[in-house]
Ligand binder design. Structure first.
Ligand code: SAM
Length: 276
């Protein structure tokens, strides 16, 4: 095997998803760099592969990455795996790939399971153009900044989320995109209890007020409605606000929804609506 880095995707829940090429690469590499060696050991036992493992994860990536690069430069081949899915997608593999590139070490990726793409493809939301947003920060300020930057994003958006943060995240998504925006909540993908809930963000909030979130989630969120070629005038936006009020919505909620839909300033629209 060539002295280089091989990115080896591993199953995200169903062990049968390991491909023949992945199995072969794990078996032929001189050593395997793993995010959690215990998780990878279970996979290797299942595949009946015995191979030296080194740990490469968030908190040792600087030191471990350097050692891995030295070994590859000395002629060894390395297979990189993460806990599940495609290495380097929302995991520290990203840094190892960069380090190898900086050291002129060839890197190849074997295609395989990736939670983001698996979820997107069954979301029933547009897949033609999408943006991968990974995990939202746990820091409130950066989380808000991130979501604010997506308010007028027209492409379908993909987020990763852990179950214990789901209800807070849904609330944050609702503040940024409105309760009416469509969302597909994809959990336990490829596992026995795989589930896709296709609903509006507001409905998802209600659902998870009654049901405990369980398992790993990928959230697929519909993009913002396409803005008209020329931006809507305030007058047209006010007419849209008027229509919603006529349907029974409060002025405040109507302004909020139309501001989100049109990208116009909520405050300015509200001030103008007060005068009507
Ligand atoms: N590199 C991985 C990939 O290619 O999918 C993702 C790693 S990231 C650290 C882990 C996140 O992926 C989880 O928190 C969850 O959002 C998502 N995920 C992984 N497996 C999943 C599954 N079986 N069902 C739903 N989401 C999953």
């Amino acid at each position: 095997m060539n002295a280089m880095l091989y990115l080896v995707p591993t199953p995200i829940g169903n062990l049968s998803d390991i491909s023949e090429r992945c199995r072969q690469t794990l078996s032929d590499a001189d050593f395997i760099a793993a995010e959690d060696t215990r998780v990878t050991l279970r996979l290797l036992n299942h595949l009946q592969i015995k191979k030296p493992l080194v740990s490469y994860y968030e908190h040792n990536k600087a030191v471990s990455g350097k050692k891995i690069v030295e070994r590859i430069l000395a002629g060894e081949s390395c297979a990189l795996v993460s806990d599940a899915g495609s290495p380097a997608i929302s995991d520290p593999g990203e840094d190892l790939v960069r380090l190898c590139a900086e050291n002129d070490i060839p890197v190849t990726a074997i295609p395989g399971p990736c939670a983001a793409i698996t979820a997107l493809s069954i979301s029933a939301l547009p897949t033609g153009r999408f943006t991968f947003e990974g995990f939202l920060s746990t820091n409130k300020k950066s989380r808000k900044k991130h979501l604010d930057s997506l308010k007028t994003e027209e492409r379908t958006m993909i987020f990763y989320e852990a179950p214990h943060k789901l209800t807070d995240t849904l609330k944050n998504l609702c503040d940024a995109f409105g309760a009416e925006r469509k969302i597909s909540l994809c959990r336990e993908l490829t596992k026995l209890h795989e589930e896709v809930l296709r609903m509006r963000i507001g409905e998802a909030m209600e659902y998870y007020a009654q049901n405990d979130p369980r398992g790993e989630y990928v959230l697929i969120v519909e993009g913002a409605p396409e803005l008209q070629e020329e931006t809507l005038s305030q007058e047209q936006a006010l007419a849209m606000v008027g229509e919603l009020i006529a349907q029974g919505m409060s002025k405040k909620d109507a302004v909020k929804q139309i501001a989100q839909q049109t990208g116009l300033s909520k405050n300015e629209l509200y001030q103008a609506a007060l005068k009507t």
